[in-house]
Write a protein that binds this ligand. Structure first.
Ligand SMILES: Nc1ncnc2c1ncn2[C@@H]1O[C@H](COP(=O)(O)OP(=O)(O)O)[C@@H](O)[C@H]1O
Ligand SMILES: Cc1ncc(COP(=O)(O)O)c(N)n1
Length: 269
C-alpha cells in the first residue's frame, strides 16, 4: 500500500490548535502520513502565547537530516521558523534533499501579537527560502512585510501575489481572512500565469486559532497526494472552512478549529 507522506517544519503549540499539532492532525485527516521537524516550543493556549523556546540549531539540523537521510516526504511545509539561522539550515536541507514541493506559510506573528519570526529573519526568508517555494501563503499583513507594499484593494492583493512570484516563488496565495470588510473570505491564488479566486462565506467566530497552519497543511497534504496546485488550494479551502464553521468551543478565548469536520461531513453525505 502506498501512503503519501508529508513533512512539517514548524513550532509546537502546546494548546494543540496551531503549529505542528494542527499540521499533523490535518495530514492525518486527509490520509497522509505526517512527519515533523520542530523549530521551537511555544507555551500557548487559546488566550495567547505564554512563552517561546527555540530549539538549539543543532537540534533542528539533526532532525532535518534524520528525515532527509531516511524518509521521502512528497511535500513539505514550513510554519514558524523563528530565526535567520533556522531559515538558513532549512534552505540548505530543502536543496540537499530536493524537497521541491515546498509550501511556505510565512508565520510571523501569532493572532494575539506574539512574535514567532524575529524581525531580522524576514530578509533571510525572502532571500533564501522564498525562491524554493512551490507556493507561499501569506495573510495580508505578512504579504505587506514581504513585498514592502501596502495592500487594501483586490488589485493590490493581485499585485502582491504577482510580486511574490517575481521574487522567486512559483505561486502565491494571499489569504483574505483578515479583510473583514467583505462578507466572503476570499483568497487570491496567482499560479505564475493566471489568477484564481477561492472563496467561502466569512464565519462570524472568535475561534480562528490555527486557521493559517491548517490551511497550508491541507494544501501540503493534497500536493503530497500528487494533486495539482489549484485542486490542492480548493480542497484546503473546503477543509479549513469546515474546520472554522464547526468550531469545537474549546478553551476560554480564541479556540482552535475543528480538524475532524471535513472528514465527518464527507462521511454523512
Ligand atoms: N472568519 C473566517 N471565516 C471563513 N474563513 C476564514 C475566516 N478567517 C480565516 N478564514 C480563512 O482561513 C484561511 C486561513 O487564513 P487566515 O486566517 O487569514 O490565515 P492566518 O492564520 O495566517 O492569519 C483562509 O482561507 C481564510 O480565508
Ligand atoms: C507554533 C505556532 N505556529 C503558528 C501559529 C500561528 O497561528 P495562526 O494560524 O492562528 O495565525 C501559532 N500561533 N503558533
Amino acid at each position: 500500500m502506498h501512503i503519501p507522506q508529508a513533512l512539517t517544519i514548524a513550532g509546537s503549540d502546546s494548546g494543540g490548535g496551531a503549529g505542528i499539532q494542527a499540521d499533523l492532525k490535518t495530514f492525518q485527516e486527509l490520509g497522509v502520513y505526517g512527519m515533523s521537524v520542530i523549530t521551537a516550543i511555544t507555551a500557548q493556549n487559546t488566550a495567547g502565547v505564554q512563552g517561546v523556546y527555540p530549539i538549539e540549531l543543532e537540534g533542528v539540523v539533526t532532525q532535518l537530516h534524520s528525515i532527509g537521510d531516511d524518509l521521502q516526504p512528497a511535500a513539505i511545509k514550513t510554519g514558524m521558523l523563528f530565526s535567520a539561522d533556522i531559515i538558513h539550515e532549512v534552505a540548505i536541507a530543502v536543496r540537499q534533499y530536493q524537497w521541491n514541493t515546498l509550501v511556505i506559510d510565512p508565520v510571523m506573528v501569532a493572532k494575539g501579537g506574539s512574535v514567532l519570526l524575529q524581525q531580522q529573519a524576514i530578509q533571510a526568508l525572502i532571500r533564501e527560502l522564498l525562491p524554493l517555494a512551490a507556493v507561499i501563503t501569506p495573510n495580508v499583513p505578512e504579504a505587506e512585510l514581504l513585498t514592502g507594499s501596502t495592500i487594501h484593494t483586490l488589485k493590490e492583493r493581485e499585485q502582491a501575489a504577482r510580486q511574490l512570484v517575481q521574487m522567486g516563488a512559483r505561486a502565491a496565495v494571499i489569504k483574505g481572512g483578515h479583510d473583514t470588510s467583505t462578507p466572503q473570505a476570499m483568497d487570491v491564488l496567482f499560479d505564475g500565469k493566471q489568477f484564481h479566486y477561492v472563496e467561502y462565506p466569512r464565519v462570524d467566530t472568535p475561534h480562528t486559532h490555527g486557521t493559517g497552519c491548517t490551511y497550508s497543511a491541507a494544501m501540503t497534504a493534497e500536493l503530497a497526494k500528487g494533486n495539482g496546485l489549484l485542486q490542492a488550494v480548493q480542497t484546503a479551502k473546503a477543509f479549513v472552512h469546515a474546520a472554522i464553521e464547526d468550531g469545537l468551543g474549546i478553551g476560554s478565548v480564541h479556540g482552535p478549529t475543528n480538524h475532524f469536520a471535513y472528514r465527518q461531513r464527507r462521511a454523512v453525505r
